[in-house]
Design a protein around this ligand. Structure first.
Ligand code: F6R
Length: 246
């Protein structure tokens, strides 16, 4: 695990966007695993800038998002499909982009379909954020490390973290689809981005604490190709000897 610390959230976003751009340049057919959330907004803005400035070409690349709210169609402004269109997909030329269908009539079948599609494509690089409770995707504390893509109930901590993004907080869905931890761990490379003081304690627990299902992100200590990109606030409790000299 390589841990890179940048001055602030913008510098962290720039560093992570550069990693994604370099990945695409090295392999135009990259299969990207993508994330949503506040952390990713400056990252995608930067990736769009690099796309224009360096004429990146995503036309042979495909993407699979980590998760989607259950019960929201992609046309709903609060869906993760809408977030991705607004922040990235409307601005770059991906060959195809994939998210779970939040309104699929059979949730279990949808989860299996999505997991199979990811497995068939093979994730080259998975981008992750981290929840205040250590979740990755919507894999909440206690999730089995070998879990696959599935329909899940969100925890109170996650509802509290995200409901402010809804015009009416009570409208935030209570269920979602998420890639499983086992699914995520099959990616060849993983980049986790953590910024802001709300992530300080949980980031230290994830990278330097015990590997435990109580802290889902701690599973990344078991993966052979992980880069953690944090800002100084989020990295404040990460032991200095774990931080890469840049
Ligand atoms: C989003 C996702 C979540 C977020 C996490 C951090 O697709 O899977 O795990 O990455 O909740 O969210 P922010 O960046 O809003 O702090």
């Amino acid at each position: 695990m390589k841990i890179v610390v940048k001055k602030d959230k913008l510098e962290a976003a720039k560093y992570a966007a550069r990693l994604l751009a370099d990945e695409l340049k090295a392999n135009p057919e990259t299969v990207f695993g993508l994330a949503t959330g506040r952390t990713m907004e400056p990252l995608y803005a930067e990736l769009c800038e690099i796309y224009k400035a360096e004429k990146l070409d995503f036309s042979k690349a495909v993407s699979f998002n980590l998760d989607e709210y259950a019960g929201l169609p992609g046309s709903d402004v609060n869906s993760y499909r809408a977030y991705m269109q607004m922040n990235l997909f409307d601005h770059v030329n991906f060959k195809s982009t994939n998210l779970p269908d939040g309104v699929a009539p059979d949730a279990e079948a949808e989860a299996v379909r999505y997991d199979n599609a990811i497995k068939a494509a093979g994730l080259d690089i998975q981008l992750l954020g981290i929840g205040n409770n250590g979740h990755i995707g919507f894999n909440e504390p206690g999730t089995a490390f070998d879990s696959r893509t599935r329909h899940v109930k969100l925890t109170d901590a996650t509802i509290e973290q995200n409901q402010g993004l809804f015009p009416k907080p009570e409208d935030m869905p209570r269920y979602a689809f998420t890639m499983g931890i086992g699914t995520i761990m099959e990616a060849k490379k993983i980049i986790l981005v953590a910024t802001g003081a709300a992530k300080t304690g949980i980031l230290a627990a994830a990278v330097a604490g015990k590997v435990t299902e109580d802290v889902p992100a701690s599973v990344l200590q078991n993966h052979s190709n992980v880069i953690i990109v944090a800002d100084e606030d989020a990295a404040a409790e990460v032991p200095a000897e774990l931080i890469a000299a840049e």
